[in-house]
Design a protein around this ligand. Structure first.
Ligand code: 5GP
Ligand code: ZN
Length: 145
């Protein structure tokens, strides 16, 4: 997991500069709330980033409208990736905070075409707590919603 996180002030982060046209990018789509462009670090061919146009560091700083708009753009980009690259699989990844795996602190989602032996792997330390623990977790979340 990369350790560097870009904590530039809003408007000066790498994606804000890209959105402002100050640094080049291979654009895929732009609309009122979102921008889609090729990730400079292509994990697999066709790897796209979909970001909010406004600077929001993480998902928690986006408005519901921005979050929905990003997913709408991701949906369209995913259809385009499927049509143009025809991968047998597709993974969406969205990281928040350094410990969440985020390296650029401007909200974005990865659309990653997947192939056999593409070298991408996640460890997923699965546990099965008792039902009472799950019920407690759910109650805490219902109270917080
Ligand atoms: P994160 O690690 O925050 O989920 O993803 C950040 C992504 O931004 C990385 O995959 C990285 O390759 C990409 N990236 C970083 N700087 C640039 C840039 O200047 N241009 C583009 N197109 N992508 C970038
Ligand atoms: Zn930004």
């Amino acid at each position: 997991m990369p350790m560097f996180v870009d904590h530039s002030p809003p408007g000066q982060c790498i994606f804000c500069r890209l959105i402002a046209g100050e640094i080049p990018a291979a654009l895929v789509h732009e609309d009122e709330h979102t921008i889609a462009f090729m990730d400079i670090g292509q994990v697999t061919p066709g790897h796209v980033l979909v970001a909010t146009r406004r600077h929001a560091a993480t998902l928690l700083e986006t408005t519901p409208e921005e979050a929905a708009a990003v997913m709408r753009t991701v949906h369209g980009v995913a259809q385009a990736v499927q049509a143009a690259f025809d991968p047998p699989g597709l993974t969406l990844l969205q990281a928040n905070g350094a410990l969440g795996g985020q390296t650029v602190a401007h909200f974005h989602m990865h659309v990653v075409p997947r192939h056999a032996q593409d070298g991408i792997s996640f460890t997923w330390p699965r546990q099965e707590p008792p039902p009472a623990v799950l019920a407690d977790y759910a109650a805490r979340l219902r109270a917080a919603l």
